[in-house]
Design a protein around this ligand. Structure first.
Ligand code: AMP
Ligand code: GLY
Length: 462
């Protein structure tokens, strides 16, 4: 491998961010605040305000390598999983370019659910029990033979969020197998099928930045994967997030790091596929403790937006240290006190087919709401206006001294924004707020049980 380019002076750092969503806008926004000159490929109307957009698709790896060489990029950061699984990190490293993210082999932690289970087994990482089947027919026989109970049916490979079915009973699981078997588009992803025990509990996301040895755990978040309020409706890429998720206290976060993140990084190294980049654990907080639902090999979206707005110290420094394998040398990141909330505004029809090209109004007014950043998830600029360009269009993000305040600011900004067919969930962060209220009530009850503080004893004059 040719020697890597070493970074130039901090003032002239040129960084390339690969992707076009809200996550990439938030990363580009933060890197530009850290003093970097940022390019985004391909980017969107929002990234154009903080960076230079270059119109190269996120999966056009040869063109991205060429760009990085010709523009003397000294660090590349990859947002989405597809280019990681396709080997963008391998290609950049072979060209002597510095890049933050896992190799194609390591990205199999997200790209193959079976590989992920094998790594967890090696690391003794808590996860749902499962059986693996070659093809739909075998899986069907198994379901018919075993007791009728809730299960989760999963396609082994990447299936754009359409490969997981949480089923209440055998009939639902058989129907899930039918739809997987009938889907030509995901034929490759469904060669392997996993049938998993269904876990119950609260879902949280915990991400860490790692150089393969050292793990920097980031604050816990909660995503909202269902399309509609009260977690109803179809599964989506994520309709909103907030940070921190109060269900995970400092002790539980330390436990997640020690029993899940560290053993996973070690198991990857022992399997000769060291993991560099963002290790994202999708967790279920079960009665038996946190268990892994899935690993992703990148920042979550919209979790990333809710994280970036709270990050006070340098993101660039963290990425550099991870790429140079010296994460053990950097100070832990500093986070703004309080909380953040991201509300995704989506197009009519999402997560199904959507109309694009609708003019978005009110972005300036939204940007004037204090403590708010409107990250763009799928937009493009045309003749001085901003048009919708996909399903999840904006990730309206606010920070505040409390979760309630951050929610209020985020929805105040949402109210300013309009386009034909725009919608969002109205209950982002409500589970966290309810948990906070319960905790307060429990504390008040505990004080009540102890009784009123006693009157101070009056000292008698001698
Ligand atoms: P995955 O792509 O594996 O994260 O699955 C997508 C979603 O399906 C998760 O975010 C969970 O909501 C749900 N899920 C996956 N596996 C399980 C499980 N074993 N038990 C309950 N829910 C699950
Ligand atoms: N928000 C979930 C994900 O990025 O996978």
């Amino acid at each position: 491998m040719p020697a890597s380019r070493s970074p130039t002076a901090a003032t002239s750092r040129r960084v390339l961010v690969v992707g076009s969503g809200g996550r990439e806008h938030a990363i580009a926004w933060k890197l530009s605040r850290d003093g970097a000159e940022v390019l985004v490929a391909p980017g969107n109307a929002g990234t154009a305000a903080v960076a230079e957009n270059v119109s190269i698709a996120a999966n056009d790896i040869p063109a991205l390598v060429k760009l990085a060489l010709s523009r003397q990029i000294d660090l590349t950061v990859v947002g989405p999983e597809a280019p990681l699984v396709a080997g963008i990190v391998d290609a950049f490293e072979a060209a002597g370019l510095r890049i933050f993210g896992p190799t194609a082999k390591a990205a199999q932690l997200e790209g193959s659910k079976l590989f992920c289970k094998q790594i967890m087994h090696r690391g003794d990482v808590p996860t749902a029990m499962f059986r693996e089947f070659r093809g739909v027919a075998r899986a069907r026989e198994y379901l018919q033979a075993r007791e009728d109970m809730p299960v989760v049916v999963k396609a082994d490979g990447l299936a754009a969020g359409k490969g997981v079915f949480v089923c209440d009973d055998r009939a639902a699981a058989l129907a899930a197998l039918d739809s997987l078997g009938g889907d030509e588009q995901f034929a490759a992803a469904t060669k392997g099928i996993l049938i998993e025990e269904r876990l119950d509990g609260i879902e949280v996301s915990v991400m860490a930045i790692t150089d393969g040895r050292t793990i920097v755990t980031l604050p816990p978040l909660q995503d909202h994967k269902a399309a509609h309020d009260g977690d109803s409706g179809p599964n989506t890429g994520g309709m909103g997030a907030y940070c921190p998720a109060p269900f995970v206290d400092a002790a539980m976060l330390a436990d997640i790091e020690a029993r899940i993140l560290v053993p996973t990084a070690h198991a990857m190294r022992r399997a000769k596929v060291p993991f560099h980049g963002v290790l994202y654990a999708g967790l279920m907080l079960t009665a038996q403790g946190p268990k892994v639902l899935e690993f992703n090999a990148r920042f979550g979206d919209p979790e990333c937006e809710a994280l970036m707005i709270r990050l006070e110290s340098s993101l660039l420094e963290l990425f550099d240290a991870a790429v140079d394998r010296r994460l053990d040398m950097v100070e832990p990141p500093r986070w703004r006190a309080g909380a953040s909330v991201t509300v995704v505004m989506a197009s009519e029809g999402y997560p199904g087919a959507v109309q694009r090209g609708r003019a978005i109004r009110g972005l300036d007014a939204a940007a004037r709401v204090p403590d708010v950043e409107v990250f763009h998830a799928a937009t493009r600029a045309a003749d001085g206006s901003v048009l919708s360009d996909g399903g999840r269009v904006l990730a309206v993000t606010a920070v505040g001294p409390s979760l309630a305040r951050a929610k209020l600011q985020a929805y105040s900004a949402v109210k300013e924004i309009r386009w034909l067919g725009a919608w969002c969930r109205k209950d982002i962060s409500d589970k966290g707020l309810a948990h906070e209220r319960e905790q307060l009530a429990a504390e008040a009850a505990a004080v009540g049980a102890v009784g009123e503080p006693a009157e101070p004893a009056v000292e008698k004059p001698a």
